[in-house]
Design a protein around this ligand. Structure first.
Ligand SMILES: Nc1ncnc2c1ncn2[C@@H]1O[C@H](COP(=O)(O)OP(=O)(O)OP(=O)(O)O)[C@@H](O)[C@H]1O
Length: 554
């Protein structure tokens, strides 16, 4: 920094000489009828300009000492981040690592170098010019300083909002790209679920946000242009307008031309460069550094990897609902009201309650598919509201009552949530859920299915097999076994419960509740939580439900 400042000080001297020599060449030379003296002073100004070349060389030689440590630090941070992402997700890949290591780091380095160069140049040129103006006549500072300070203050004040606007624009632009990608890859599912309208509305929102962000950016760009005009061009106008007054004050004509030289030749270009670089490179640096230095998200357990061993001990809670309140529309009766629920990893929970009480709503909230009006929902310690869809997919699977089977092989249908599953993993799922009769009936795992020709129960078996094979550590079943016979239901539930991970089942039959570790009874806006025996003793509604189920079975 000291060496850089020393070289830059030479730039101040060069600036000073530029205006001073011009003023002297007029006052002592040309205006006095001594052209040779005038030419001599101009030669001094030319020498000052020529001396600028070694100064620039000296400045550039010092620059890497500032920029290279920054780059090294960013590269080190990117490598650590990529390795941690890869190791903590069991082999998952940080797809942005290469971009961070190469282009983003280079952008940060170049932008930082540009900022240092331009800001430093402006500061030292300004010092040289202001000292020069003072030496010519102190009155010049009265004319030049106010607009310069005003413009700089305006520009400085606009830097943060400008960077925020740039950030917002980049985010919005990326969101449009993501929506396009999601829409393209989910086209089949979107059409199958009749979700074209909803998808189009989401895409429209993303495009509208990008347009609004670009407009905001343009507004701040105009503020920047205005501040450049105030700080750079206004002093020239004021100098010209104030020339008669300055001359009356005893300021010489040569000094006025020297002052104009300082403003036009030195201050204005340095100011323009600094503002342009700060506005463009500064905003780029702000955005890229923000990305490169983002804290690592805690790796979701078992994300994007085959299920591992059942987790116990200090591991994060699988599902946590704190004071959750949900109503379908303003003024509507709340379906969930101040609901508290904690499901530990490895637990098997059954949710029971009368029809329409809110069991599916609870599962949708837990899966992050429905945002509650109030309250906090966490999956494995991560706030669901902050999880991007890809992370949610890696954390949980929700199996609804209406099983979705597509025209493809049975194997592909089973591997839908884990396309990388190998043969032995698929075979294990087939064995665990006793799917062999279904495999035989459809003509093997590699025969293309006709979804219409499958019974509702068969479709549910396929959806359950898919959930069994999925790497997500939390399974949410919403009456997903209602079309199965009791034996097939028991087999499926036992297999899903034995699978490493956590299971939450909206129970269709009493037997589901009996198999669970604990039962959640939804009763209006109240909820009771406990083992089957505890609830028999504590909850009248649970006793009623058990009695009703027993009668049906009897
Ligand atoms: N999309 C929606 N818009 C408006 N109200 C809804 C919506 N979905 C559910 N509801 C209402 O919310 C309440 C709870 O519904 P939910 O489907 O969660 O209950 P449930 O306990 O799962 O019912 P079931 O056992 O019959 O499936 C019901 O009164 C239902 O009518």
């Amino acid at each position: 920094m000291a060496k850089l400042a020393a070289w830059s000080a030479a730039e101040s001297a060069q600036t000073f000489l530029g205006g001073f020599c011009v003023a002297r060449s007029l006052d002592d030379g040309f205006l006095r009828g001594a052209p040779s003296t005038g030419l001599l002073w101009l030669a001094g100004a030319a020498v000052a300009i020529l001396l600028g070349a070694p100064v620039v060389r000296g400045v550039f030689a010092q620059l890497p000492h500032l920029t290279e440590p920054l780059r090294d630090q960013l590269v080190r941070g990117s490598v650590v981040r990529a390795l941690r992402t890869a190791t903590s997700t069991g082999g998952g890949v940080d797809a942005t690592a290469v971009s961070r290591l190469t282009s983003q780091t280079e952008i940060a380095r170049d932008s930082f170098a540009g900022l240092v160069l331009a800001t430093r140049s402006f500061v030292f040129v300004a010092v040289g010019a202001l000292v020069g103006l003072l030496s010519l006549a102190p009155q010049f500072l009265l004319v030049v300083l106010p607009p310069l300070v005003l413009g700089l203050a305006l520009f400085t004040a606009s830097l943060r909002p400008m960077a925020r606007a740039q950030h917002r624009y980049l985010d919005a632009d990326e969101a449009v790209g993501r929506r396009a990608e999601i829409t393209r890859t989910a086209l089949r599912d979107t059409v199958a679920c009749g979700a074209q309208e909803a998808t189009a509305a989401q895409n429209r929102r993303a495009v509208d946000e990008a347009a609004a962000a670009q407009r905001a950016l343009a507004r701040w760009a105009s503020v920047r242009t205005f501040s450049v005009a105030t700080a750079g061009q206004l002093p020239v106008l004021l100098l010209l307008a104030a020339a008669p007054w300055l001359l009356r004050q005893g300021v010489t004509a040569g000094a006025v031309v020297g002052a104009l030289t300082y403003v036009l030749q030195s201050l204005l270009p340095a100011l323009h460069t600094m503002m342009t670089v700060l506005g463009a490179a500064g905003a780029r640096l702000f955005v890229v550094l923000d990305r490169l230095t983002q804290p690592l998200p805690p790796a979701p357990p078992l994300a994007a990897a085959p299920p591992g061993p059942r987790r116990t001990g200090r591991a994060a809670t699988a599902l946590e609902l704190r004071h959750v309140h949900t109503a379908y529309g303003p003024g509507a009766r709340p379906v969930l009201d101040a609901l508290e629920l904690t499901v530990e990893q490895g637990e098997h929970i059954a949710v029971v309650g009368p029809s329409g009480i809110g069991k599916s709503t609870l599962l949708h909230v837990a899966a992050g598919m429905l945002t509650p009006d109030r309250g906090d929902v966490r999956l494995f310690g991560r706030a669901v509201a902050a999880c991007p869809p890809s992370e949610l997919t890696a954390l949980r699977v929700l199996v609804p009552q209406e099983a979705y089977v597509f025209t493809g092989t049975l194997r592909d249908n089973l591997r839908y949530l884990w396309p990388g599953a190998d043969r032995s993993a698929v075979d294990r799922t087939v064995g665990a859920l006793a799917l062999e009769p279904l495999v035989d009936r459809v003509g093997g795992l590699d025969r293309t299915l006709a979804p219409d020709a499958l019974s509702l129960g068969e479709r549910q078996l396929i959806a359950l097999g898919r959930a069994h094979l999925a790497p997500a550590p939390l399974l949410l079943l919403d009456e997903a076994t209602c079309h199965l016979d009791p034996v097939a239901e028991a087999t499926a539930e036992r297999a899903l419960s034995a699978r490493p991970g956590t299971l939450v089942v909206v129970a269709h039959r009493l037997s589901s509740a009996l198999r669970a570790d604990r039962v959640l009874v939804l009763d209006g806006t109240r909820a009771h939580y406990g083992t089957h025996d505890e609830l028999l003793a504590r909850s009248a509604l649970y006793r009623d439900l058990v009695g009703h189920w027993s009668q049906v079975q009897g």
